[in-house]
Design a protein around this ligand. Structure first.
Ligand code: SF4
Length: 117
């Protein structure tokens, strides 16, 4: 095998290794950015579940449970699906809306109490 061929192979392997290392890192960056997208109230699933950024805007005719004494204590930030550990500026990821964040003082019809820690 010639020295030129060995050199080319080393250069190729070095370049390839750099790209292989870069691709997963780029994926993490992309997923992180996607997780920062705030849920729009017009999102079809948000509309179906009655999600509103501010509980005062919930349509209690469609979702009367939000208007009960127990319902009035329900907010995204005390829902099991709200990822409090990643909350920033009153918004955090919600398991029901992958890649989206919801408002701490929002609400939707699949609210479930967050267990005490
Ligand atoms: S599932 Fe919970 S955290 Fe997510 S939008 Fe509904 S009430 Fe808020």
């Amino acid at each position: 095998m010639s020295q030129t061929s060995t050199c080319s192979r080393r250069r190729f392997m070095g370049t390839t290794a750099k790209w292989v290392a870069f691709i997963p890192a780029a994926g993490l960056i992309a997923r992180g950015a996607a997780a920062q997208t705030r849920l729009e109230e017009t999102h079809p699933t948000a509309v179906a579940l009655g999600y509103r950024h501010n509980v005062a805007d919930v349509d209690v005719t469609r979702f009367p449970k939000r208007n009960t004494p127990e319902g009035k204590t329900q907010f995204c930030d005390n829902c099991i699906h709200y990822n409090t550990a990643e909350e920033q500026d009153g918004w955090a990821p919600c398991a029901i809306f992958p890649g989206q964040t919801v408002a701490a003082k929002g609400w939707c019809n699949v609210w479930v109490v967050k267990p005490a820690t």
